[in-house]
Write a protein that binds this ligand. Structure first.
Ligand code: 13P
Length: 248
């Protein structure tokens, strides 16, 4: 079973999201699970239309406490209450590695996720029946200094400490390939995904993310070790996203 996840990031209002679903049409397939990750405000409005198309709903982030004085935050029980089945954790953008904005993690008090906050979020999600998608990946500097495996191994070891990994999806998202058009070569993406699988053999799936498009999806998904994709920009274009699902 392949998993194709569309991370809309901070794009599309609820109305635009509904128009996207209408344009997408019927992409439901027996052997592919499709999930969309709209902004928090679109989750409830899209629930019915997504369900009717057999598309699962995912959230882009979560706070680890169930309730309380945490202004601006959304908890796992709140996500479960609107039908969320997946949640992204530790995306490079929420880890505070906004490459394009060049913001230091220390300047991002709300979004500077660490391996420890990822772990807390995954505990909260699993307690509420939501599947976490833990993002890992190296920056360009880490890759160039030969630290790709060490970086990812640390993110997995610390992030997944004490977590039932059989209930977790891991996404390999090389930071240098996100939103840049620079896809990781498919054989290299496959190699790193197999490395992830060797570090955490029980995980449900290992996805690749970073400039996945209709034109490169089939080659990526054919790689041994890649169980699907976490798609950003191309998941905002109905035709493009439909073709990516077909490639799976
Ligand atoms: P792009 O597909 O736009 O590179 O984004 C990838 C991503 O960050 C998905 O979470």
């Amino acid at each position: 079973m392949k998993l194709i996840a569309g991370n809309w990031k901070m794009n599309l209002t609820p109305e635009e999201g509904l128009a996207f679903l209408s344009a997408l049409g019927n992409v439901s397939r027996q052997d592919v699970t499709v999930a969309l990750f709209p902004s928090f405000v679109s989750l409830a409005p899209l629930r019915e239309a997504a369900g009717a198309r057999n598309i699962r709903l995912g959230a882009q982030d979560v706070f680890w406490k169930p309730s309380g004085a945490f202004t601006g935050s959304v908890s796992a029980p709140m996500l479960a209450a609107v039908g969320v089945e997946y949640c992204i954790v530790g995306h490079s953008e929420t880890r505070g590695r906004f490459g394009k904005l060049e913001i230091e993690a220390s300047q991002l008090p709300y979004f500077s996720e660490t391996n420890e906050t990822c772990r807390l979020k995954m505990e909260a999600l699993l307690a509420n029946g939501i599947t976490p998608i833990l993002c890992v990946g190296e920056t360009l500097a880490e890759r160039e200094s030969g630290a790709t495996e060490a970086t990812i191994a640390k993110q997995l070891k610390e992030g997944l400490a004490g977590i039932d990994t059989s209930k977790v999806v891991v996404a390999y998202e090389p930071v240098w390939a996100i939103g840049t058009g620079n896809t990781c070569a498919s054989d290299e993406a496959g190699r790193v995904c197999r490395f992830i699988r060797s570090e955490v053999p029980q995980v449900k799936a290992v996805l690749y993310g970073g400039s996945v498009k209709a034109s490169n999806a089939a080659e990526l998904f054919a790689q041994d070790g890649i169980d699907g994709g976490l798609v950003g920009g191309a998941s905002l274009v109905p035709d493009e996203f439909a073709r990516i699902i077909e490639s799976a």
